[in-house]
Design a protein around this ligand. Structure first.
Ligand code: ZN
Length: 292
């Protein structure tokens, strides 16, 4: 049974534990298809996209959240960006594939040591909020949890996972984010830790056929979770012909005068934009407005 992609939020009955969970199987498969990633890279990108959606679930409407990981491993890193339930992303080296470690795709080995950078760009004019923390393991979930503890001072548990089938396609993907809000009792936190300790991995929970609300019921067991919201999530890019023209304008006058046409490929989704001679002359002539 395949559950359509969505994100769910819940709050414990006493209001001190917040949970978010997401099923992201289809959008991670779309990312795999768009970028032609091999299994380890698919898992890294899928975990990143899922984590960005979960962090985005904590954001205000219209805010853009970007999650970037840079490491010294063979993958290099990835960038994932979420806005209002839409997410897009790419990895530096999509053909990265390592032998499994303890039966799991070795995302930590592919990423290596490095940093995690989270940026929140508000919808209203104002400076972006940016925070960088060192990677703990490169497995992404624990790294994002560390970021939330260090940068946002919120005790958190984050699990993200991708299951890639023998055919190389994404069979299940999803994740959860649990936070103790100030005022949470020791009992509630102990309960949460116990639940997390015995829980199966996020991709196993999705493979069981659970939806996001089912995942939260499992992880917030004993805390009487109340559903707050449910919203669809999807792979969504913000590229356009207009932005492609903007990219051409950034090439500089000398380069523009030399070429007769250009093909701009969006690094987030692989969409190709053909920019013809006329449009290029238009840029040289000072129109249209560019946007990056
Ligand atoms: Zn795009």
């Amino acid at each position: 049974m395949r559950v359509a992609d969505h994100l769910d939020g819940a709050l414990s009955a006493d209001g001190t534990v917040r949970g978010l969970a997401a099923v992201t199987t289809d959008l991670v498969e779309e990312a795999r298809r768009r970028h032609g990633t091999l299994p380890t890279a698919t898992a890294a990108l899928g975990r990143g996209l899922t984590a960005a959606l979960l962090l985005g679930g904590l954001s205000k409407a219209g805010e853009r959240l970007s999650l970037e990981v840079r490491g010294d491993g063979p993958l290099g890193g990835f960038l994932a960006e979420a806005t209002d339930g839409g997410v897009r992303g790419f990895v530096s080296r999509p053909k990265t594939d390592l032998p499994a470690r303890r039966g799991k795709l070795d995302v930590g080995g592919a990423v290596g040591r490095g940093i995690l950078c989270v940026m929140r760009v508000p919808a209203t004019p104002g400076p972006p909020y940016r925070s960088i923390v060192p990677l703990v393991s490169g497995e992404i979930g624990v790294d994002v949890a560390r970021y939330l503890v260090d940068s946002e001072q919120t005790p958190s548990v984050v699990g993200v996972g991708v299951w890639v089938g023998p055919d190389g396609l994404v069979g299940a993907a999803g994740g959860y984010l649990l936070q103790a809000i100030p005022g949470a009792s020791d009992d509630a936190i102990a309960r949460l830790e116990e639940n997390v300790a015995v829980a199966r991995t996020p991709s196993e929970l999705v493979r069981e056929g659970l939806d996001a609300s089912g995942i939260l019921e499992r992880l917030m067991c004993g805390l009487e979770p109340r559903d707050l919201e449910r919203r669809p999530v999807a792979y969504r890019c913000r590229c356009s012909q207009r932005r492609a023209l903007g990219a051409c304008a950034a090439m500089g006058r000398e380069e523009l005068e030399r070429v007769r046409s250009a093909e701009v490929v969006c690094k987030f989704c692989g969409q190709r934009y053909d920019v013809g001679d006329e449009a290029l002359r238009g840029i040289l002539g000072g129109s249209p407005g560019s946007e990056s």
